[in-house]
Design a protein around this ligand. Structure first.
Ligand code: PXP
Length: 239
């Protein structure tokens, strides 16, 4: 069965809407773990729009499962990662104006910077995953740059507007996941996954872990974080 890493960024989004000290993503992370989450994910963005440095440092002390840091391949973020030593770093692209991460890394044009960041982190004992669009070329390049894992960007599937687009996007995901596994890479998947569309991932045994944030945090407002996480785990169990 695939594991579940819960992204608590949007607990911080709610806090930052008022610039006060609640709700606290650190407490949300503990609740997610109590409900059975296998990991906690945070994206420390350059503009600090949701997660703050304080959250990441505290989570490093409190998370009992594993802490996954999503970050851009910048010197500032690499320095923080080297202080924190997360259990995994997922390198993601970042644009200031975007509402959320819009696509996978451009590992062709940013190859040198990504290779250098992977190398620095791995020398410090931090495994590295690359957030990629489901493309075979990108999977091969990720392997050659020394990544340990890939995270397949599932947003293209989740946002597809027709069954035809959905099925094309899903077959790209499956092909990328299979190739990554054949090459010895770990396979995570995330972005846009919710309680409804997760059922479409049934039978894709290559996916080791789902990284899910917005849908779980949204449901947690209605039913509490522990219930929201348990419901998602039950759905993953049935895949
Ligand atoms: N994986 C990556 C790399 C992301 O950037 C995000 C969004 O922060 C997620 C997973 C989670 O996406 P969502 O919030 O849509 O579940």
């Amino acid at each position: 069965m695939a594991s579940l890493a819960v992204n608590v960024d949007h607990v911080a989004t709610l806090r930052e809407a008022r610039k006060i000290n609640y709700p606290d993503p650190v407490i949300a992370a503990a609740a997610a773990e109590l409900a059975g989450a296998d990991g906690v994910v945070v994206h420390l963005r350059e503009d600090r729009r949701h997660i703050q440095d304080r959250d990441v440092y505290l989570l490093r002390q409190t998370v009992q499962t594993k802490l996954i840091l999503e970050m851009a391949a910048t010197d500032e973020m690499t320095k923080i990662a080297l202080e924190i030593i997360p259990d995994l770093v997922t390198l993601v692209p970042e644009k200031r104006q975007e509402i959320t991460t819009e696509g996978g890394l451009d590992i062709i044009n940013n190859r040198d910077r990504i290779a250098e960041t992977i190398d620095t982190l791995k020398q410090a004992g931090v495994p590295v995953s690359l957030f990629l669009n489901p493309s075979l070329k990108h999977v091969e390049l990720a392997k050659s740059l020394g990544a340990d894992k890939i995270e397949i960007h599932t947003g293209i599937f989740c946002e597809a507007e027709s069954p035809m687009q959905q099925s094309a996007a899903m077959s790209d995901i499956i092909d990328a996941a299979k190739l990554a596994k054949e090459m010895g890479l770990g396979v995570n998947a995330g972005h846009g996954i919710c309680y409804k569309n997760i059922k479409a991932f049934k039978g894709i045994k290559e996916i080791d872990e789902f990284s899910i944030g917005h849908s779980i945090v949204s449901r947690s407002i209605m039913v509490g974080m522990e219930n929201a996480v348990r419901e998602m785990i039950r759905l993953i169990e049935s895949l």
